[in-house]
Design a protein around this ligand. Structure first.
Ligand SMILES: Nc1ncnc2c1ncn2[C@@H]1O[C@H](COP(=O)(O)OP(=O)(O)O)[C@@H](O)[C@H]1O
Ligand SMILES: [Mg+2]
Length: 216
């Protein structure tokens, strides 16, 4: 049995990660491959608990940026040891909706905690594990926010999610950071335009997965 593949989906809020990861997962399953879809933060029972702390405001106390970074590290540690590694050893294809590159883009660059610090924490948390392929869905910031708003349905839902309600310049910084990471690691990253219909983007992703991993 071949070793599995670890494929991550990255990109700003609303670019279509969750939509596309589901479609790719379905295709891989139809092709007879074993697939597990996960997400960061989350994916294991402990990591899902930590996700709640990261995603929901806690009455009476703000989350410090440093705490946020360490909580992401804690999530990635649980995911690596208890989900990704064991599945890869069984030959499963693990798809993750976000992973360490999001921590680097958001906490390292956009929130200015320092790329070197974040890289160290990511590498420590993941014991050096890196994705075999990272699909970066790239989209104009305004279009991403428009899609995210549409999905949320109303302003209240949007305001409840700490990560969606950041201002435009922050989202621009996130997009730039992702593109920078992709330029630094061209073999691992596939930068895919998230413009156009769901089906158009899906076909672009299929082509990359086929070309780079020889599956599908
Ligand atoms: N190519 C697309 N064109 C138009 N709308 C899209 C496209 N892809 C996704 N959407 C919609 O945009 C919203 C955000 O997509 P989603 O997959 O949740 O993004 P993400 O997980 O990256 O935040 C959803 O309502 C989704 O149905
Ligand atoms: Mg999503």
């Amino acid at each position: 049995m071949h070793k599995g593949y670890f494929i991550t989906f990255e990109g700003a809020e609303g670019c279509g990660k969750s939509t596309q990861i589901r479609l790719l997962g379905e295709d891989l399953e139809k092709a007879g491959l074993s697939v597990k879809v996960s997400r960061s933060p989350g994916g294991t029972p402990v990591a899902e608990k930590i996700r709640k702390i990261l995603k929901e405001a806690t009455a009476g106390e703000d989350l410090e940026p440093e705490t946020e970074l360490l909580l992401f590290g804690a999530c990635h540690s649980q995911m690596t040891a208890n989900l990704i590694r064991p599945l890869l050893e069984k030959g499963v294809i693990v798809l993750s909706d976000r992973f360490c590159d999001s921590t680097l883009a958001y906490q390292g660059y956009a929130r200015n905690l320092g790329a070197d610090t974040v890289r160290k924490i990511n590498s420590y948390a993941c014991r050096g594990l890196k994705p075999d392929l990272t699909i970066l869905l790239d989209l104009e910031v305004e279009e991403g926010l428009r899609r995210a708003r549409e999905r949320a349905g109303d302003a209240l839902t949007l305001a409840a999610d700490r990560f969606d309600s950041e201002k435009l310049s922050f989202h621009q910084a996130v997009r730039n950071a992702f593109l920078r990471l992709a330029a630094e690691e061209k073999e691992r990253f596939a930068v895919i335009s998230a413009k156009g219909s769901v089906e158009e983007v899906h076909l672009r992703i299929r082509e990359e997965v086929h070309a780079r991993l020889g599956i599908l």
